[in-house]
Design a protein around this ligand. Structure first.
Ligand code: NAD
Ligand code: MG
Length: 394
């Protein structure tokens, strides 16, 4: 493992929620003395991307949106920072010789650049769970062929990673993912049927990007995390449990064959998981709020309800069917989410769309190469849009 200081770091998706938190962690850990920023990438928010690139002295700034190349070039003129755009720009950013890459693009748009970084041997701090949900074993193969590390950034998986004693892997019995239950934890299905985007995006504990906030409300985010856990920790589907824990203080747990359960706790602040990944294998001091147990007073738990939150049931189906069902689940969910944001379908319809597409494509088999994943993803989106159109017309 390369652990030189300064660590050369690229952030794919630096302008998002994880990206801006990552740059705050970089600042806290010593800024330019501790990290040399190779590339930063964004999409629509050129002003923020340019500001970040100047502030952290990035070598390259990339907008995924080709139409904004000129605007980014303008914003960085005279800075000496190289500028690129589009899919080829993202590829260039991922290919630069950074030892560490924070994968923080949202959705399957992150798959190609993260794979590129993994194949060339970068250590990957993985926020973009879609890489594992869609490409699963193929993504893991890319990481192992490159020889870099894969450190989870998703708070639950960071917690499990921290609790999992490598020498006791043989005694691992179960993984217990905690879920906040989202803003509709206590709502009936009837109440959920009419909720607006505004209500669905307001997470009770975490401040996150739009996609994952809505995914917390439907619990599709937890569904993805079950599949993510299977790949990251090599467990069977029946070893993955979900428990609703509304305070989001226990980030997840690991159960051993002797009945012991080890948990990782903290305030709901992604900077802890990000700092853990970027400092690995050491721990660095971070200025985040500390837990005050007396103030907390209690921690609550409840079983998840798969009738009100079918996403969890669909994750189990995808895990049982295996193969390309992860890619199908992910692609269909991204399309259903887009239709909900566009107000074409209601909140509960999202799970119905995903289930219909998963059933249509249940026989797809497994992926031999990444092209199969890309094709399954595209087919799932196309079919999801068809289902949405039928629903919207009804
Ligand atoms: P976000 O929407 O806040 O940011 C997404 C980033 O991706 C931005 O930099 C945006 O410019 C970029 N982007 C958007 N569309 C793109 C495209 N088509 N091509 C290239 N870049 C594009 O999202 P986020 O909440 O920061 O989430 C990022 C990833 O981290 C997701 O996979 C999410 O599931 C995961 N994650 C987020 C959190 C969190 O607290 N926000 C927690 C755990 C995991
Ligand atoms: Mg999470």
């Amino acid at each position: 493992m390369r652990t030189e200081v300064p660590r050369r770091l690229t952030i794919l998706g630096s302008t998002g929620s994880i990206g801006t938190n990552t740059l705050d962690v970089v600042r806290q850990l010593g800024g330019r003395d501790a990290f040399e920023i190779m590339a930063l990438t964004g999409n629509g928010n050129i002003e923020l991307l340019a500001e970040q690139a100047r502030k952290f002295g990035a070598r390259l700034a990339v907008t995924a949106d080709e139409n904004r190349y000129a605007a980014l070039k303008d914003a960085l003129s005279g800075s000496g920072i190289a500028v690129a755009a589009g899919v080829s720009g993202l590829d260039e950013a991922a290919g630069l010789d950074a030892d560490w890459v924070m994968a923080a693009i949202v959705g399957t748009a992150g798959l190609a650049p993260t794979l590129r970084a993994a194949r060339r041997g970068a250590n990957i701090a993985l926020a973009n769970k879609e890489c594992l949900v869609s490409a699963g074993e193929l993504f893991l193969d890319a990481v192992s062929s490159g020889g870099g590390l894969l450190i989870p950034v998703d708070s639950e998986h960071s917690a499990i990673f921290q609790c999992l004693d490598k020498s006791q892997r043989h005694a691992l019995e179960r993984i217990i993912l905690t879920a906040s239950g989202g803003p509709f934890r206590a709502c009936t299905r009837e109440e959920m049927a009419g909720v607006t985007l505004q209500a669905a995006r307001s997470h009770p504990n975490w401040s996150m990007g739009l996609k994952i906030s809505v995914g917390s409300a439907t619990m599709f985010n937890k569904a993805f995390e079950m599949i993510e856990a299977k790949h990251l920790f090599g467990v069977r589907p029946d070893q993955i449990e979900v428990v609703v824990h509304p305070q989001s203080v226990i980030h997840s747990m690991v159960g051993y064959v002797d009945g012991s359960v080890i948990a990782q706790l903290g305030v709901p602040d992604m900077r802890t998981a990000i700092g853990y990944a970027l400092s690995y294998p050491v721990r660095s001091a971070l200025d985040v709020e500390r837990l005050d147990f007396a103030k907390l007073a209690r921690l609550d738990f409840e079983a998840p309800d798969e009738t009100r939150f079918p996403a969890l049931r669909l994750a189990r189906t995808a895990l049982e069917r295996g193969g390309l069902q992860g890619a199908v689940l992910n692609g269909a969910e991204e399309a259903a989410f887009a239709a909900f944001v566009a107000e074409r379908i209601g909140f509960l319809d999202m799970a119905d769309v995903v289930e219909a597409v998963m059933d249509q494509l249940a026989g797809l088999g497994s992926a031999g190469e990444i092209a199969d994943v890309v094709q399954a993803d595209a087919e799932a989106r196309r079919r999801a849009r068809d289902v949405v159109s039928k629903m919207a017309a009804a």
